[in-house]
Design a protein around this ligand. Structure first.
Ligand code: COA
Ligand code: AMP
Length: 625
């Protein structure tokens, strides 16, 4: 372990308040905090600041206005643009002025349903500028999901674009948004649409506006000082029910934590270029496409494209060399996709990897095989690290910026300074090294972590209720003899599909609502590309006679209700589901079955014949290839 990491970690625990007050010095405050932490108001309670000021204005003020702030490249439209900090300041101030012109004030919510275009970044920062609370909704969610977020966040304004682009498909967003507005009870005051050249939306309603036209007349809005605890954004994430959890992020703790993380976890310096190959609709996009690299005074890259097929498996390597990327952050799935297409890394040999210093992975478990491949072909440290929407920034990592380089494939690294982990058994006691338990974090959580759920304080409290004095992450894992923390999976029904967090429970609710379905189960099966994929099982009310047709209908339903991102492609229509005598569906047995693992018949099973039947079914399937 590096001495620097050891010292930082010790200090963050033993003198936590002093540690974070020092970190807070890296942020510009309109009123510097004098209180580090209070139970009621969180971190830096009496401090005031503006996050947009810290991410944009401050750098212009320091004479770095000509430095590149945002590089945008679309693999679909061929757009390739670089915007300086001065340019970003102008774009964001105008967008903020546009929002104010539409009546948006401090504390109002604004939903952003946009593809990966610069206006999405401008919109987020513009909200931060005027103290409006943004809520970005990932484009792969269907209208009913968008409607749920509209009804929960009750936004004054909806910002969108005429379309997203997915591979060769143009996806018109406006009809999806119109559909969501029909479903939602809450009425928004205004909708503003960025018209993209590839597809123009119909802007017809009295409160629907064209972005460019509206922006022209907008004035430049100044930054509004905010309390540290004022919400910066709400980001909805999958919980264990069909209702998404609106994770609320504050301004002060977030700015401090992200600024600290860039330097100390990623070893990122002002002027460096960071590319998080994610989407602004996810937490990775919030923290490391939009806010983090800009707070740290670097350049960030916004890429509209995929790791493969746009046009080929060399896309990432072209991006990093063309834009002089220093730190690349992606999901293991992306590397698996590249490896599948180009196992010998021919593109990488041809194109090179430029000045990339390290590749960081998160969003799902990084399988050791992919990690080893990536390290071999790139010759770089490939660093798995672990975190969640709730936390907002990494909690387990190898802190490159603190000189640490220890890695063990299969582990996400060590606790990041500020985080105190405990692996707990069902009785709430810590289990020993190497034993698996619930991954929990001791209270208080460091700056940047969530302090409530929007409209749902009870839901928030539940994550702190199981284990006294601890936050329950929902993950299971162990700490090995050398202190490496290994996260192995979830303790609830959440699965990670291509790095996208989804709830199988939510999918079950949709499947169960099909009129022909008597009961169902959706489980996460291992997948060589996406890590996990959902697989459905359904029992019909009137026998399995229309199996294929019903399976297609169910798949379409999940797509229509949750969105294409659910990636449910297989549903088995079966005679019955295996259950315990108390009626609990044996999901673990189903999971083993689809994964081709041996399945023992549990003693508690109600009818062993059902399981035998399914074993026969899967045996036949695997025999026939
Ligand atoms: N808007 C609309 N639809 C979207 C979308 C968006 N922003 N993102 C994904 N979708 C759609 C896809 O087009 C696909 O639709 P289809 O079923 O009609 O083909 C579906 O949702 C599933 O998407 P995905 O699981 O991403 O599969 P894919 O086959 O399109 O791509 C990979 C596979 C591996 C290339 C892709 O998942 C990838 O790049 N993963 C990297 C992981 C990542 O960045 N995760 C972010 C968290 S860090
Ligand atoms: P999200 O909130 O979308 O970032 O998803 C968070 C969840 O993704 C975590 O609770 C984990 O289950 C999973 N996850 C994220 N990063 C990792 C990782 N490095 N290793 C294992 N699981 C991860």
């Amino acid at each position: 372990m590096s001495e620097e990491y050891r010292q930082a970690y010790d200090r963050s625990i033993k003198r936590s308040e002093a540690f974070w007050m020092e970190a807070a010095d890296a942020v510009s405050w309109t009123k510097p905090p004098t209180i580090a932490y209070s139970q009621e108001d969180g971190w830096f309670a009496d401090g005031e600041l503006n996050t947009c000021y810290n991410a944009v204005d401050r750098h212009v003020g320091a004479g770095r206005g000509d430095n590149a702030a945002l590089i945008y490249e679309s693999a679909y439209t061929g757009a390739s643009e670089s915007l300086t900090y001065a340019g970003l300041l102008e774009a964001v101030s105008k967008t903020a002025g546009m929002l104010q012109g539409l009546g948006v004030e401090k504390g109002d919510r604004v939903i952003i349903y946009m593809p990966m275009i610069p206006e999405a970044v401008f919109a987020m920062l513009a909200c931060a500028r005027i103290g409006a609370i943004h809520s970005v909704v990932f484009g792969g969610f269907a209208p009913p999901e968008l409607a749920k977020r509209i009804d929960d966040a009750k936004p004054r304004v909806l910002l969108t674009a005429s379309c997203g682009i997915e591979g060769k498909r143009v996806i018109p967003y406006k009809p999806l948004l119109d559909e969501a507005r029909k479903i939602a009870e809450h009425e928004v005051d205004h909708v503003v649409v960025v018209q993209r050249l590839v597809h123009q939306a119909q802007i017809s309603g009295p409160n629907e506006h064209d972005w460019a036209t509206h922006l022209k007349d907008a004035s430049l809005a100044p930054c509004v000082p905010l309390r540290s605890s004022d919400p910066l954004y709400i980001l909805y994430t999958s919980g264990t029910t069909g209702t998404p959890k609106g994770v609320v992020r504050d301004n002060g703790g977030h700015a401090v934590a992200l600024t600290w993380s860039l330097a100390n976890i990623y070893g990122f310096k002002p002027g460096d270029t960071f590319w998080a190959a994610s989407d602004v609709g996810w937490i990775v996009g919030h923290s490391y496409i939009v806010y983090g690299p800009l707070l740290a005074g670097g350049t960030t890259v916004l890429y509209e494209g995929k790791p493969v097929g746009t046009p080929d498996a060399g896309a990432f390597w072209r991006m990093v060399t063309r834009h002089s990327v220093d730190i690349l952050f992606t999901a293991p799935t992306a590397l698996r996709a590249i490896r599948k297409e180009d196992p010998e890394a021919q593109y990488l040999k041809l194109i090179g990897i430029g000045g990339v210093r390290a590749i960081f992975l998160a969003g799902e478990r990084a399988d050791p095989d992919t990690l080893a491949w990536a390290e071999r072909v790139t010759g770089l440290p490939v660093i798995d690290h672990w975190w969640q929407t709730e936390l907002g920034w990494p909690a387990v990592a190898t802190c490159l910026g603190l000189g640490d380089l220890r890695r063990r494939h299969g582990s996400a690294g060590f606790p990041v300074p500020g985080y105190r982990f405990a692996i707990l058994g069902e009785d709430g006691h810590e289990v020993g090294a190497g034993s698996t338990g619930a991954v929990a974090i001791r209270m208080p959580l460091p700056p940047g972590c969530y302090r409530t759920l929007w409209n749902n304080p009870a839901g928030y409290a539940r994550s702190f209720a199981t284990f006294d004095g601890h936050y329950e992450t929902g993950d299971a894992g162990h700490i090995d003899q050398d202190g490496f923390l290994c996260v192995m999976g979830r303790t609830d029904d959440i699965i990670n599909v291509a790095g996208h967090r989804l709830s199988t429970g939510q999918m079950e609710q949709i499947v169960a609502a099909h009129p022909a379905v008597a009961e169902c189960a959706v489980i996460g099966a291992d997948d060589a590309l996406k890590g996990m994929v959902p697989i459905g099982f359904a029992v019909t009310k009137s026998g399995p006679q229309f199996g294929a047709e019903l399976a297609d209908q169910i798949i379409q339903r999940v797509r229509d209700e949750l969105g294409p991102v659910a990636a449910l492609r297989t549903v088995h229509i079966v005679r019955a589901l295996p259950k315990t005598r108390s009626g609990k569906i044996l999901r673990a047995s189903l999971r083993k079955l689809v994964n081709g693992e041996p399945v023992e018949t549990p003693a508690t099973i109600e009818d062993g014949g059902v399981l035998d039947e399914l074993k026969g079914l899967f045996q036949t399937k695997s025999d026939s290839g």
